[in-house]
Write a new protein. Structure first.
Length: 118
C-alpha cells in the first residue's frame, strides 16, 4: 500500500512540474514512515500549488491514514504526512539548507523513472 501511495504522489508532483523529485525508502532505518518523498518548487506559490494538488488528488486517502500537514504559512517547506509516506515540498535554498537526502542517506533511493513509468 505505501509503495503504491508513494508512486501516486510522485506522479502528481511530476505532473505539476516539481523539480528534483526523490523517493527514499526509509522502512529499513526508521519506524516513522516507509517512504520520504522530497521535491522542490520554483517559488512559494509553486510550493503551495504542489501541496494543494497532492491533497486534491489523494482525496479520501487523507481520512483513511490520519493525514497531517504543516508549513503552509511560510511555504518554504510544506510537509504532508500520510503516515507511511511523508512528503517534503521545499523552496530552493530551504531544501539545500536542511539536506534531508543526506540525513536519510541510510535509506534506499527508489528509481524515480521506474515509478513514473508504472
Amino acid at each position: 500500500m505505501s509503495l503504491e501511495l508513494a508512486k501516486k504522489i510522485a506522479g502528481v508532483l511530476n505532473d505539476k512540474k516539481a523539480q528534483k523529485i526523490e523517493v527514499i525508502d526509509i522502512s529499513g532505518v526508521s519506524q516513522i514512515a516507509d517512504y520520504f518523498i522530497i521535491c522542490t518548487g520554483t517559488s512559494s506559490t509553486h510550493v503551495k500549488a504542489l501541496a494543494d494538488e497532492v491533497e486534491f488528488q489523494l482525496g479520501d486517502i487523507e481520512r483513511e491514514v490520519g493525514y497531517h500537514k504543516e508549513g503552509y504559512g511560510s511555504a518554504s517547506w510544506i510537509l504532508l504526512d500520510y503516515k507511511d509516506v511523508i512528503v517534503h515540498i521545499f523552496y530552493g535554498e530551504t531544501r539545500d539548507f536542511y539536506n534531508l537526502e543526506h540525513l536519510w542517506s541510510d535509506g534506499v533511493k527508489v528509481d524515480i523513472e521506474k515509478i513514473l513509468e508504472a
